[in-house]
Design a protein around this ligand. Sequence first.
Ligand code: 26V
Length: 876
Amino acid sequence: MTKKSLMKFDKNLFQRSVEYNIRTMYRRELSDATSQQVFQAAAFALKDQIINAWIHTQKAFEEQNPKTLYYLSMEFLMGRAFGNNLINLQAYEPVKEALHEMGFDLNAIEDEEPDPALGNGGLGRLAACFLDSLATLNYPAYGCGIRYRYGMFQQKIRDGYQVEVPDNWLENGNPFELRRPEYTQEIHFGGHVSSYIDPETGRTMFRQEGYNAVKAIPYDMPVVGYGNGFVDTLRIWDAEPVESFHLDSFDKGDYQKAVEDENLARTICEVLYPCDDHIQGKELRLKQQYFFVSASVQLAVKKFMSRNNDIHELPEKVVFQMNDTHPTLTVPELMRILLDEYGLEWDDAWNIVQHCTAYTNHTIMAEALEKWPIEIFSRLLPRIYQIVEEINRRFENDIHARYDGQGDAAYKISKMGIIYDGQVRMANMAIVAGYSVNGVARLHTEILKNESLRDFYEMFPEKFGNKTNGITQRRFLLHANPLLADWITDKIGDEWITDLSRIAELAPYADDAKAQREFEQIKYKNKVRLAKYIQEHNGIEVDPRSIFDVQVKRLHEYKRQLLNILHVMYLYNQLKKNPAMDYPKHTFIFGAKAAAGYRNAKLTIKLINNVAEVINNDPSIEDKIKVVFIEDYRVSNAELIFAAADISEQISTASKEASGTGCMKLMLNGAATIGTMDGANVEMAEEVGIENMFIFGLSSKEVIDYENNGGYNPMDIFNSDGNVREVLVQLVNGMYSPENPELFRPLYDSLLKGENGSSADRYFILKDFESYADAQRRIVAAYEDKKSWARLAILNTASAGKFSSDRTIEEYVRDIWHLQKVELPAVSSGRFSKAASRTTSVSKKSSVKKEKTEGAKKAVTTRKRTSPAKKASARS
Ligand code: 26V
């Protein structure tokens, strides 16, 4: 762990505080406390320390009135907070020591914390990495999301099958959250729209009536920056019924509405949709989207107006980043507030919206494009629907103005229309309204521009840009891999913790024999740690000297876990035929959750487990291959896995993986990538050199060309390649499912026949098989030479500098958000006092702004507002 420490951690105070908390919270002596109670007590003691810095940061926001980012996301996959907060407060070692003296082991206490899994996968984890970077870089930001009662399901493996178990993460409470009832907002669903004439302006105004209402209550969680005393906020909304339930009410209408309101509040935040295989047009999901977007936007506007005078200046102080299309209702909701509550004219309001909203696309998969049936949308959100209709009408006029002369306006409307074919198309709304559209890796952005969003790119080229994803090195190296973190710091100092580009200074050590041995030793120890976890959780003994070959990510056909396991089956065949074959021990490790209704994904999990069962129990292959499926893959066990991996499997069908971020975490921890030229792999190859990766398979261009020409014929491969044929036959001859030989037939069919109208082997698994097997052979050959392998691994770590989310955030700030760093004034107590010196000082321009703000504040308190907003805020 880094030796540098900015925070004066008071060990005695912490210990007393833990003891006191155990007494007051549980009426127990320390010696009688359970681990869970110690965790709770320690977490509260830690929160006490964070609170000071949190207040301090928020005070600085009040005073400096900076432009603020609202990162709107249905998912924040934060992972455990306790250890991460300790890391960022630079208090990990002291707390470890303090707990040790009290007779507790920090690791065991960390394991008591539930892993808040308010996200499915990449998109949600990216949001969490972004918050870490924003706080570390002193940028004012709120993450806005939903406080799901049940997060991502827990995965149990029963008889090889995935079983979903509810994740009751709040069972023991969440020590890091603060309920903020003072910021409660009211959200309206349903009813109808009526119009009236505003007596002051004479204009026709609209309002929603006869609606069901629900209260949105925010819960705030601190997002602690690394070593800078800066604390941003993750604000997640919970629903509660409005106080309308009067049992003495004899009015039938009221009673019914009260019951409906109550039910609405109960269901809205109940569960995260654990589905990332396709978008289902579920009404509850649309409710969730409007619920958190409306609450976040309402509060952002109110906060802005409490510090500023003129609603027209909103874009100078507020930016809403829409994480995928899920928060696109930001657009019509902000329009509603500006039109109906602030009484703005359409053009004025639209101009503001167009300068406040930006959209990130995270997938090109057509199934992921969100569309809502007009019937559901307009019934649930009647006023919002009216506004969307108007946005669409005006946009269609723009299309006509531009394309009528060329005669293809109708075609363009079919592609770009927001309301089309009975549906509201959310991506189209986000693109038309927002001032920025970005992809998440260079290749992905190019595909958006040239293929999937081509018509939009033609119309609005200036909106498009790329922001290659990144990850936080604080969690995924400093916390996940303390041995390697310490080693790196010993070699090059600890600047890499906040400036990952510095990790390039490790490169010379790649050729240093001593460094190679040390690196290898560290990897070995991490493999021992993972082997222990596997032994405890799977009952499988794996050899830490074997190659740890890892594929951990959501299970999806395009990610091609099936290619990996088919290759394992092929290897097994080779070993069976040739028991003397010289093959270094190889452990194939999988971790993946499948969407509950995704048959082929779930069947692939079953296949992996059945193959594991056969291979792991066959003494004839002398443990040369082992297969492990790690149950319930999530942020906490991911950290163990990344640190221990030799090989990182990034084998998606080229063009399908927008970016990938696991690839970066594994690279940073010194794993070599076997992968296609897809997503961020392309940029990783640029950084580390293609010779230091194991690249295989069709290019994205080849894939897209095949797709545009009706696919290819996998039967040609089946007929010509005996190895492939053997493996495929084993899918359906009962070798891996003797009780039910037909069990894996759907996988077989998906490869050779195609289903539901899609072409056979839609993801080019057989097409890429030989090339993949060849890349695997190259790995085995390279691994033989320990020294050159260590060199390769060190080079991978040393080349990961680009993939820090700090770099990504700086690019968003420079090109999209235009935020300024907020300098924290020194604290008199000395705690966090060095923090201010680490930030670039705020420019003269912002101090001018500050004066203006002071003036503005006064004006707010004295001015008279005549807009409908006055009435609205009076009501709230
Ligand atoms: C994914 C898919 C994929 C198949 C078809 C339907 C569908 C629907 C939803 C989703 C999940 C939402 C998108 C998502 O999580 N994308 C991931 O975002 C990561 C962060 O940008 C990125 O690294 C991953 O490549 C991308 O899959």
